[in-house]
Each structure stands twice: as structure tokens, then as C-alpha cells.
Design a protein around this ligand. Structure first.
Ligand code: NAD
Length: 261
């Protein structure tokens, strides 16, 4: 019996002719993911709240030779996510989605109020789940392949003090990834999650501006420095591309070695 596969090797990292949606694509890690996807040949549609940031990011991508559109949408409006999926599908059938929109909430667990807890779960868990399932409904009906990439955190693997709603949300995303990957694997859809370590963005700038915190964080990173948002971008592009076609249900950490140490 010949155990080798006869498939031609995929053009590694190529996203040509793919339509990729990136939430939170207006700034930070999401913007870097969108730039990397566009540089790999994808047609990119960004989703975020701020029209100004969307316009700015789309202009940067176009200036670099990419194809990009922006859709302003509040992803915490969970009931509207099927309509958002329809709007994205009308741009072009969606091949891949990266859920980079997210929010942090710092403070002791004993002080977390119900509304604040729900806001974190709404953006970090409900939005990726319901947007991915709404897109998957269309991908399955069209019998096409699809790659769904969730963005977790170190907190997908470990707890840290004073960020309990965030830890709960990023751990839940690992469960979402595993459940969707097993449910969809035989039908051509994959789901994976990237776990970024520490990156300098608006989300972390307050924390990193405190020298004691910054030193403590740097001291825990074997690589000795923070990540660049593009490091998450290239991991996401790999998971979107055919180069990872047999990888599904996995958490891939991009953390300079933090979780291994
Ligand atoms: P950021 O705060 O710079 O960007 C967050 C993005 O989410 C923005 O584009 C914003 O417009 C969008 N967003 C926020 N609320 C929204 C809403 N209601 N509707 C639509 N869009 C909304 O954050 P970042 O650091 O770039 O983080 C991106 C992702 O990476 C998040 O999921 C975050 O949890 C994760 N992450 C970040 C780090 C880090 O060190 N920065 C580490 C681990 C994980």
C-alpha cells in the first residue's frame, strides 16, 4: 500500500483569491494580521467599531498594494451578527476569519460587576462564536473550505491575578475552538486559536508604562523582548493558508517561550 499522499504541495502561506475577514482590524494585533493577510494575497475585509481606524488601516493596506474594505460594526450586538455575516458574504464568499477584536478588564475579582463581566464575554466569546457560526452556515451550504482563527492569550492556558473575566473568556475560546474543529473537520472547515504573549498595543500600553510591571513581564519571556504584532500576523496567515490544512483544533502560542518556561 502506498502511504504517501499524491497532493501537490500547497504554495506555503499563499492566500491568493481568498477573502479573509479580520475583526479588530483597525489597530493593534488585528491590523497587523490584516496587513500580513493582504501581503499574502488575500482580499481583506476589516470589522471594527471606529470608522476612522478602519479607513486608516484600509488605506495602509491599499498603499501596500493590497485589496481591502472596512465594515464598521459593534460586535457586542450579538443579535446582529448573522446580518453582519450576510453583509461580509455579499462582499465575496468568506474563506477565512480571524477574530482579533477583544477587550481587557483589570481589577480584583471581588469588584467585578455583572454588566462588566457580560461586556467582556460578549466581545471576547459571544462575538467570535456567533460570527464564526454564521459564516460557517454559509460556507457549509456552499460546500467550500474555510479557516476560522480565534485569538486567545497566555490566559487561554493559565490564570493571572486581577483579570478574571478575561481569563474566563480566553479559556472559553479554547473550548469553542475544540468543539467547532471536531464538529466541522469532516466538512472542510478548520478552527484554531493563536495565543499571543505580550505585545505593545493600546490594550497593554497602560500596563507596560509601569516600569515594575514591564520589568516583571520582560523577565518572564525567554526571548527577552515583547512580540511584534506581525508575529501573530504570520501565525494567523499560516493557519488561514493551505500550508496548515491538516491542523485543526489547536492552540498555537506566540509568546517568545513564556509558556514553555
Ligand atoms: P486593541 O485594544 O489595540 O484592539 C482591539 C480591537 O478590537 C480594536 O480594533 C477595536 O476597535 C476592536 N473592538 C473593541 N471593541 C469592539 C466592539 N465592540 N466591536 C467591534 N470591534 C471592537 O487590542 P490588541 O492588543 O490589538 O488585541 C487584539 C487581540 O489580541 C485581543 O483579542 C486581545 O485579547 C488579544 N491579545 C492581546 C495581547 C497583547 O499583548 N496586546 C496579548 C494577548 C492577547
Amino acid at each position: 500500500m502506498d502511504l504517501t499522499t499524491q497532493r501537490p504541495l500547497p504554495a506555503a502561506f499563499g492566500l491568493h483569491d481568498r477573502h479573509v475577514v479580520v475583526t479588530g482590524g483597525g489597530r493593534g494585533i488585528g491590523r497587523a494580521i490584516a496587513l500580513c493577510a493582504a501581503a499574502s494575497g488575500a482580499r481583506v475585509t476589516l470589522v471594527a467599531r471606529s470608522q476612522e481606524q478602519l479607513d486608516d488601516a484600509a488605506a495602509e493596506i491599499r498603499a501596500a498594494g493590497g485589496t481591502c474594505a472596512g465594515v464598521a460594526h459593534d460586535l457586542t450586538d450579538t443579535e446582529s451578527l448573522d446580518a453582519l455575516a450576510e453583509r461580509l458574504w455579499e462582499v465575496a464568499p468568506v474563506d477565512g476569519v480571524v477574530h482579533a477584536a477583544g477587550v481587557q478588564l483589570r481589577g480584583p475579582a471581588v469588584d467585578v460587576e455583572v454588566a462588566a463581566w457580560r461586556r467582556v464575554q460578549a466581545l471576547n466569546v459571544d462575538a467570535p462564536y456567533f460570527l464564526s457560526t454564521a459564516l460557517a452556515r454559509r460556507q457549509l451550504a456552499a460546500e467550500q473550505r474555510g479557516s476560522h482563527v480565534f485569538i486567545g492569550s497566555l490566559n487561554s492556558s493559565l490564570g493571572l491575578p486581577n483579570v478574571s473575566p478575561y481569563v474566563a473568556s480566553k479559556t472559553a475560546l479554547v473550548g469553542v475552538t475544540r468543539a467547532l474543529s471536531t464538529e466541522w473537520a469532516a466538512r472542510g472547515l478548520r478552527a484554531n486559536i493563536v495565543g499571543p504573549g505580550y505585545f505593545r498595543t493600546e490594550m497593554t500600553e497602560g500596563l507596560l508604562a509601569e516600569p515594575a510591571h514591564a520589568q516583571r513581564i520582560l523577565g518572564r519571556i525567554p526571548a527577552g523582548h515583547l512580540g511584534a504584532p506581525e508575529d501573530v500576523g504570520t501565525a494567523a496567515v499560516f493557519l488561514l493558508s493551505d500550508a496548515s490544512s491538516y491542523i485543526t483544533g489547536q492552540l498555537i502560542n506566540v509568546d517568545g517561550g513564556w509558556l514553555a518556561s
